[in-house]
Write a protein that binds this ligand. Structure first.
Ligand code: GTP
Ligand code: SPV
Ligand code: MN
Length: 609
């Protein structure tokens, strides 16, 4: 660490220094610290937060800490997230828009003096391996030591980034404040600092490639390399430069013969990316390894294929539902050096959450800091862990990482999966007939809303095209067009095959028909063979290519009837689906909806007659 006042600056990048000075003049912190990314600095952040009473060390997990956020600051806030492009049209119908000049003036008033009583940290970070040609550099300014520690895990932070930046390299300025200035002698009193909802702004200025975030300390609102830079800003750059920045996991799958393929999959928030990326196959002889669990940047290689890299260095994973049974690799990743947020605390200094695989050991402290016991309570109480409770863990601690996960050249993608939580209509798996049909599939994805966004009603199905609804930095109709265009830039045989999957079909009684998790390897194996053109495994149907009845062996507990239901083409359901897309979804994009997608919709309607 390097204090602004004491020693020399760690950079001679004049634009960066000028920006930092401007921000400091506006926000008036007590001190400015340039982060160097060292283990010592990480330890110092945890020391500071421990002393402030916001971090609790976990006796059972070395180097690990629990944070409890303010109950109002537990997830992304989509209706406070803005794409402040110069024109409303550029942000499109699916993004919140404010005129950038107006938004800056509003936010500058909030930023004025907002770091009083706090230290301002300057975090130079790289998305992607430091110095690699595909990596992007950001500099996050924040008044939250929690954010500094999380950025250490999620990105590559430190002096090496400044070296690469040199004296005039490109960087994306990311300004963040929790929005809670302190008066003289005032402290946070052990509470998580943040601003009230109506003062929260997660703002993106796509033409300037700048991010301003105010008022929240949580996840994607505050760790600005993730959704803000690597998706919202990067999607704009990707559009301009002919590549893809996507809300996708990346996995490597190896069949019993030792042949490997790479799969990228876009599912909406809290719909199974981390779990699929770390899957332990139940199918004998198959192996899955992890490249990334949330974000993929895909570019064409010299051979005309799409290559993907994971720009992150860690996981910000959903805790509830994570157990040794469902995701042993995640459980192994979080045994040490992990930051837990909004999980429950046990009396012996361990963590607990709903779905961890065993009963709560005695009385817990729940995510709100209150005593909590699992049973025998007369008063109804909420869950011990918030449904969007998260762990922040280093990828390097995850046993399933592929040996080449940091290869700057990326990995060649054989298959792209789309999916979401659909209780009905959408079968377990079906394959697109062509690239454009695959883009159509991505564009119509619907999913039940989860707890990953604070301000939405969980459980209701909404359209979440490409799982990018909250993350696309420009007009979604143009984004669809960009995807169509990607398919025209190379030979069809070099494009990934596209599939739509659904692990979340429910029976009439409301139970999941498919056990999911490791059993999803059965579906991955079918996808693998489809990519290899193995004959006899599939048939054409009106909605696309589906497995023949015996191509996927049902796992234990799934009857032949269940299997038929999982793979059936529900003609009546699809007609309703298409009517909804035609009446409510596609009209949203007006004249920016690519003709190719309107044609796919018409052709599918025709096939379902
Ligand atoms: P974000 O980090 O928000 O982008 O989420 P994600 O897409 O990585 O989702 P994640 O893998 O963390 O899963 C979210 C929730 O879905 C967890 O509670 C999981 O236990 C549950 N889940 C994941 N995979 C499956 C599955 O195959 N079947 C079922 N029924 N639940 C699953
Ligand atoms: C998501 O919501 O898709 C996440 C969590 O991955 S956050 O980082 O908060 O965006
Ligand atoms: Mn995500």
């Amino acid at each position: 660490m390097n204090t602004h006042t004491g020693s020399a600056l760690p950079t001679r990048h004049q634009r960066l220094i000028t920006w930092i000075n401007e921000v400091a003049a506006m926000t008036t912190p007590d001190a400015v610290v340039w982060c160097d990314g060292t283990a010592r600095e990480y330890a110092a952040m945890l020391q500071i937060t421990q002393e402030a009473g916001t971090a609790t060390p976990l006796a059972k997990r070395p180097g690990s800490f629990l944070f409890r956020s303010d109950p109002s600051d537990v997830a992304r806030v989509e209706n406070r997230t803005y794409i402040a492009a110069r024109s409303r049209e550029a942000a499109g119908p699916t993004n919140n828009w404010i005129d950038p000049v107006e938004l800056k003036s509003t936010m500058k008033q909030l930023y004025r003096g907002c770091m009083r009583g706090r230290t301002m940290y300057v975090i130079p970070f790289s998305m992607g391996p430091v110095g690699s040609p595909i990596a992007k550099i950001g500099v996050e300014v924040t008044d939250s030591p929690y954010v500094v520690a999380n950025m250490h895990i999620m990105t590559r932070v430190g002096s090496r980034v400044l070296e690469v930046l040199g004296e005039d390299g490109e960087f994306i300025p990311c300004l963040h404040s929790v929005g809670k200035p302190l008066g003289p002698g005032e402290s946070d009193g052990g509470l998580w600092p943040c601003a009230p909802l109506e003062q929260k702004y997660i703002a993106h200025f796509p033409e300037e490639r700048t991010i301003w975030s105010y008022g929240s300390g949580y996840g994607g609102n505050a760790l600005l390399g993730k959704k803000c830079l690597a998706l919202r800003i990067a999607s704009v750059q990707a559009r301009d430069e002919g590549w893809l920045a996507e809300h996708m996991l990346i996995l490597k799958i190896t069949n019993p013969a030792g042949k490997s393929k790479y799969v990228a999959a876009a599912f909406p928030s809290a719909c199974g990316k981390t779990n699929l990326a770390m899957l332990v196959p139940t199918l004998a002889g198959w192996k899955v390894e992890t490249v990334g669990d949330d974000i993929a940047w895909m570019k064409f290689g010299a051979d005309g294929r799409l290559y993907a890299i994971n720009p992150e260095a860690g996981f910000f994973g959903v805790a509830p539902g994570t157990s040794p049974e469902s995701n042993p690799n995640a459980m192994a990743s979080i045994t040490r050096d992990t930051i837990f947020t909004n999980v429950a605390l046990t009396s012996d200094g361990d963590v607990w959450w709903e779905g961890i695989g065993y009963d709560a050991p005695g009385t817990l402290i729940d995510w709100k800091g209150a005593e909590w016991v699992q049973e025998g309570e007369s008063e109804p109480r909420g869950p011990a862990a918030h449904p969007n409770a998260r762990f922040t863990a280093r990828a390097s601690n995850c046993p399933s990482m592929a040996s080449n996960w940091e290869d700057p050249a990326g990995v060649p993608i054989d298959a792209i999966l789309f999916g979401g939580r659909r209780p009905s209509t959408v079968p377990l798996v079906h394959q697109a007939r062509s690239w454009n049909h695959g883009v159509f599939m991505g564009s119509i994805v619907g999913s039940e809303i989860t707890a990953a966004a604070l301000d939405l009603k969980t459980g209701t199905v909404r359209r979440d095209p490409f799982a990018m609804l909250p993350f696309c930095g420009y007009h979604m109709g143009d984004y669809f067009r960009h995807w169509i265009g990607i398919g025209q830039r190379t030979e069809a045989s070099k494009l990934p095959m596209v599939f739509l999957v659904n692990w979340f079909r429910r029976s009439a009684k409301g139970k999941f028909l498919w056990p999911g998790y490791g059993e999803n390897s059965r579906v991955l194996a079918w996808i693998f063979d489809q990519c290899d053109g193995v004959p006899g495994k599939s048939i054409e149907t009106p909605i696309g290519i589906v497995p023949v009845p015996d191509a996927i062996t049902p796992p234990d507990g799934v009857s032949a009837d269940d299997m038929r239901e999982l793979l059936a083409v529900d003609v009546a359901g699809w007609r309703k689906e298409l009517a909804d897309i035609e009446a409510h979804h596609y009209p949203t994009f007006e004249d920016r909806l690519p003709a190719e997608l309107a044609a796919e919709l018409a052709a599918l309607k025709q096939r379902l007659q």
